[in-house]
Design a protein around this ligand. Structure first.
Ligand SMILES: Nc1ncnc2c1ncn2[C@@H]1O[C@H](COP(=O)(O)OP(=O)(O)OP(=O)(O)O)[C@@H](O)[C@H]1O
Ligand SMILES: [Mg+2]
Length: 340
């Protein structure tokens, strides 16, 4: 299959509300994601771009300072750069509030210390980031948010793929927690029953009932409802990600050996999870009409690899983006990159 003309990309994705941009480090994910967002915004289609990459390059590419809250870039373009440190802090503050609602107050110092250590545990940032991503995804995809496109600029491939598959894993994990909570709730209710029996006896003696006994089950319900809500969030996000009328996954690569190998692996993993990429972008191509020998040599090498790429990805449309003289920055230059 030959390369498709680039303007076909924005047409192909025009009706996709959710677009994920993935790929190996440095291949041009942020540039592509920002270019798509700038293009759709220039067409007056309201777009939100979310960066899950802690390196803050989205703000640099858009020439705007971004943070963990939504920033309005233009009437049709909003952007957020998710900050893992802020998200982890908020996430654990919420976990602490939930635990506090039903834990024995004497235990709180120990629990706080445990939570403090958990913040730096492997996977903690990822889990917190995933939950935040799912929040933004589900919230922005709701009809009343008014977005025609939500574009995710992600961190390099391995990470992205894990994020895409994680909603299911997290759902299963939350199920496990809920089952455990239910078992404990049963034990608790048995214990409370015994306790109230004892209290009745002692109340008869000194007429004092336990003031916490009545509230405990309410608090327990609250804790379970937090978990239920989280499970629901992951389920909704998972459904959106697997719905091809909603979500398009676009992989970016360069015509080099390592990005080709990584893209092959990424596609296998995606296909295993029933997440098919919608398109592949071959970025930083050099036109073959070079007078300089060095550049001509590189262009020829890319052409050679392109044959491999075309044979490897026959199922997916391939779009070329040529190497520009300078970095592409600012919404005008970015959207021009795709309409060329
Ligand atoms: N077609 C292009 N022409 C010229 N420069 C480009 C092109 N595509 C990307 N670049 C430049 O290459 C560098 C890497 O691009 P970008 O930041 O978009 O990659 P990335 O895949 O998001 O990287 P990371 O994995 O670090 O997030 C940037 O300096 C960017 O301006
Ligand atoms: Mg990037």
């Amino acid at each position: 299959m030959a390369l498709h003309p680039l303007h076909g990309l924005v047409e192909q994705l025009a009706t996709q509300p959710i677009i994920f941009i993935g790929g190996k480090g440095g291949v041009g994910k942020t540039t592509t994601a920002a270019a798509l967002a700038s293009y759709y915004a220039s067409q007056q289609q309201k777009t939100l771009i979310v960066s899950t990459d802690p390196a803050h390059s989205l703000g640099d590419v858009l020439n705007v300072r971004l943070n963990n809250e939504k920033t309005v870039i233009s009437p049709y373009l909003d952007a957020i750069e998710l900050n893992p440190d802020v998200i982890v802090d908020e996430h654990f503050a919420q976990v602490e509030r939930t635990i506090k609602a039903y834990a024995n107050p004497d235990m709180m110092p120990k629990i706080r210390e445990h939570l403090r250590l958990s913040k730096s545990a492997p996977g903690a940032q990822e889990a917190a980031m995933l939950e935040s991503m799912c929040h933004h995804l589900v919230e922005a995809a709701a009809a009343d948010a008014g977005y025609e496109h939500i574009i995710f600029d992600t961190a390099p491939t391995g990470h992205t793929l894990r994020l895409l598959v994680l909603p299911e894993m997290m759902g299963a994990w939350t199920d496990g927690l809920l089952a455990q909570q239910r078992r404990q709730a049963k034990l608790r209710s048995a214990a409370t029953h015994l306790d109230s029996h004892n209290q009745k006896n002692s109340a008869q003696k000194n007429d004092v009932a336990n003031p916490f006994a009545a509230k405990k089950s309410d608090r327990w319900e609250q804790a379970v409802s937090v978990l239920e809500k989280r499970k629901q969030l992951f389920r909704q996000a998972g459904l959106l990600l697997h719905d091809r009328t909603q979500t398009a996954i676009v992989l970016v690569m360069t015509a080099d050996v390592l990005p080709l190998a990584e893209t092959k692996r990424a596609i296998e993993q995606l296909e295993d999870s029933k997440l098919m990429p919608a398109a592949i972008i071959i970025n930083q191509l050099i036109s073959t009409t070079q007078s300089d020998e060095f550049w001509r040599h590189r262009a020829e090498r890319q052409q050679h690899l392109l044959q491999d790429i075309e044979q490897s990805f026959t199922k997916y449309p391939l779009y070329p983006i040529y190497l520009q003289q300078t970095d592409v920055r600012g919404t005008d230059a970015l959207s021009a990159l795709l309409s060329a």
